[in-house]
Ligand binder design. Structure first.
Ligand code: AMP
Ligand code: ZN
Length: 134
């Protein structure tokens, strides 16, 4: 399914030109317009899924295999020192475009890219609560 007013449906399907690194029948891989670092790219399925919860199982597997291939090749091309894969679901998690996408963010030593969080300690209460429900 494609959604008329979805920018990523249009980008993924070539209706709006964009800097494409790779394309196959399921995905387009593009450079992010607001990169966190040089080479920041997005894996975008051609079909519309709002987020990971909705994503087709087979495509979810294919997206991770594609990420592995892209990151391997791009590490060589960009000469970066590491990679973060980031995938946001929901506004509170930082999702701004509601068509599933997987960020591939190259990391360079001392690049100052901020993807960190404060490390808390797992409480007994939280551990028991979660383990009893899952
Ligand atoms: P998220 O916050 O996880 O939903 O990520 C959305 C990403 O899409 C951001 O990193 C934006 O910079 C990127 N983005 C939005 N519009 C475009 C566009 N037209 N071309 C390329 N990247 C885009
Ligand atoms: Zn879409």
């Amino acid at each position: 399914m494609k959604v008329d007013d979805c920018i990523f449906c249009k980008l993924a399907n070539g209706e709006i030109p964009t800097a494409t690194l790779y394309e196959d029948e399921d995905f387009r891989v593009i450079l992010d317009a607001n990169p966190a670092s040089k080479g920041h790219a997005l894996i975008i399925p051609k079909e519309h899924y709002a987020n990971l919860y909705e994503l087709d199982d087979e495509l979810a597997g294919k997206a991770m295999i594609l990420a592995k291939k892209m990151v391997t090749k791009l590490t060589e091309v960009l000469g970066c020192d590491g990679y973060n894969l980031v995938q946001n679901n929901g506004e509170c998690a930082g999702q701004t475009v509601f068509h599933f996408h997987l960020h591939m963010i190259p990391r360079y030593k001392d690049d100052g890219v901020g993807l960190g969080w404060k490390l808390n300690t797992l409480t007994d209460e939280d551990r028991e609560d979660i383990l009893s429900k899952v």
